[in-house]
Design a protein around this ligand. Structure first.
Ligand SMILES: [Zn+2]
Length: 296
């Protein structure tokens, strides 16, 4: 993919190297110390002791956050910098495509923020670890991306290449589009009334629609900016193949049980990505919800 030196999005929040608690909290500070002392006095305690405890605690927190920012500096290697640049360029491409296409459907595009994190991150959808993989949280309109997943695409899923990563980002932004269009809410409220099996089928449709949207994005990004190198589409297809539910289950040594699918088979994921890619026609957006389930 041609991304070096291109314009970057301003909506990337790089929290890699920050640990959840410190990132969210912060030190006690002087006000905190005063409050702690006053509180102790009110309860009839010893101001000296309270002050000592508060100061020790503040010092500990300061040291901790220093250690964290130290760790952060250490991780801001060239590779990390490059990864951030890459993610910001792809995100910018999604912003440019969707802010042009969505108004044609009568919807104003509000770009999501993308949070890069390591290990664990707080989100409006709860605390998440790297183990869940990249995800979109409709509660705060943010895409969460542990870039370790990109390495996993290469090592564990055997789907290397920068465009494989771009496809993953575009898929998550696709969930944001669904949120803006009210599709996610609609599915959620339907799922509350359905059996688990029926609910899973709706999840599959939603995921295939996100793959379709990733394809539509690639179609228009290519048209607008010529972003593709030879072999890029194959990279995305290999990734879509690798993270299909059937392939994941088979690789995990489990029997393939279609009722428990929530993302669709490899074949389905490839089909819907390609469908969006070849025509780039956003008017087909509801097809994954209209076609009979066994025809998907
Ligand atoms: Zn998804």
């Amino acid at each position: 993919m041609r991304w070096k030196g291109r314009e970057q999005s301003k909506n990337v929040i790089d929290n890699r190297g920050k640990r959840g608690a410190v990132a969210a909290g912060g030190g006690l500070g002087l006000i905190g110390i005063i409050i702690a002392v006053v509180f102790t006095l009110m309860r009839g305690g010893d101001a000296g002791d309270a002050l000592k405890t508060a100061v020790t605690q503040a010092a500990k927190q300061a040291a901790q956050s220093q250690a964290v920012s130290g760790a952060r500096d250490a991780t801001t290697s060239e590779a990390d910098q490059e990864m951030r640049e890459f993610v910001a360029v792809v995100l910018k491409d999604t912003e440019d495509v969707w802010s042009r296409l969505l108004p044609e459907m009568g919807i104003r595009y509000r770009a999501p923020k993308l949070v890069m994190f390591s290990d664990r991150t707080p989100s409006a959808c709860g605390s998440a670890t790297s183990a869940v993989g990249p995800f979109y949280c409709p509660g705060d309109n943010q895409v969460y991306l542990d870039t370790v997943f990109f390495n996993e695409l290469q090592t564990r899923f055997n789907a290397p290449g920068d465009f494989a990563c771009a496809y993953v980002i575009a898929h998550e932004v696709g969930h944001h589009i669904q949120n803006l269009m009210g599709k996610s809410m609609e599915v959620q409220s339907q799922q509350a009334r359905l059996s688990k099996k029926e609910g899973n089928r709706l999840s599959v449709r939603l995921e295939l629609q996100a793959d379709f949207l990733a394809g539509v994005w690639a179609h228009h990004a290519q048209k607008m900016k010529q972003i593709l190198d030879p072999g890029d589409i194959e990279e995305a297809l290999v990734a879509a193949q690798a993270i299909g539910d059937d392939t994941l289950m088979r690789n995990a040594g489990a029997a393939v049980r279609p009722d428990s699918f929530t993302h669709g088979t490899s074949e389905q994921r490839i089909y819907w990505f390609k469908r969006g890619l070849s025509r780039g026609d956003l008017r087909e957006i509801n097809l994954p919800f209209e076609i009979a389930y066994d025809q998907l």
